[in-house]
Design a binder for this molecule. Sequence first.
Ligand code: SF4
Length: 380
Amino acid sequence: MSDDPRLGLPSASSFAIDALCPGRQQLLRELGDIPEPVDEDADKGTRLHAAWEKEDPTGLDSEDVEIYECGLKLVGEVKKEWIEIIRGTGASFELSEGPREERFWLHDSNGKVAASGQADRHYVALPNYVLAIDFKSLWCRSLVPSELNKQAQLLSVLVAREYGATHVRFAFLKAMFGKADIVDYTSEDLERAQYSIQQVLWESNQKDAQRRPGAHCRHCKAAAGCPEVAAWQMLPSVQSKAQNGHITPKVATELVVKISLLDCRKIWESSTARHNIEDACKARLKALPEPMLSGLGLTFGKPKILHPITNVQSAFEFLLSLGVPAAKLWSVTKMSNGELAPVVQEALGLPSKDAAEKWIRDKLGGYITPKATERPLERI
Ligand code: SF4
């Protein structure tokens, strides 16, 4: 945790996940240092945020420069509107910009740091007003609207406490879309937000706080070591929604090593139920008229034509007459116990199929090569 600017504590950018999954912080602590994901999108975000911080686009490519400029244009617009609103109240104020990329801290009642949040930019119109800004450099299609957004909530409370402000305007600047998503917090809203934040922190500090998997796990740093998300990903309803829903044997192995042994047992025990459900789904789909089936994006494929040799005796004699050696033909001619048993039962007048199978094992033992199957799992 030494390089972690969040000190291993809840932070605004992932506070929504903490709210949905109280046990996450404990798992993060257990897992220790987890490297930040490195990918092209993350790099792009880092580059753009650095440029916005320094207000210097040097090193950005033309596409990034466009996003960068759009972000700055949005800052200007949002700031202008915010100042006009304050002016409209008739209040006198002193305007300044706070340090960029500033991290603010929340302390608990014992003075211990409990959470933090970083504002890309913030402007203060003292004594009462603060504008906090968070740039979004990518598509951020799944960004929760600002009124419901936990990052906005925590950061608004943090900046309000820092400056003793009674009104906070929080703005997500979606630079790629050229749009801002804004929420205003009054002193009553800030008070309510603070209770809500404390509730999240209290829940995540409980011993044995539950981990609750869901779609939010996609953005959780702990996902790679989380047994609950691995079990959740195996739900058929989740798999069917996954973009890459196909669980190959390799993917399945990787998922299964993360889940608990007890969950392994539960999943194994329910395999018959799952197969039955799959069969019932398939049967229901197959019974649909073609137009309805195609409405679901499905169609009937070509049936496979099988060519079983049913008249073995004639085929055997024919092949023999063509000069195929009898020994070779016998080597590919099979007699199964299951099919032979009723024949023997009838011919020898044995009382049951079981008795016929036993007779085959006893009397034809010299012609049988016993083969053990894998040991099956059984309940004790
Ligand atoms: S992966 Fe999901 S369930 Fe696991 S800790 Fe993260 S948010 Fe919680």
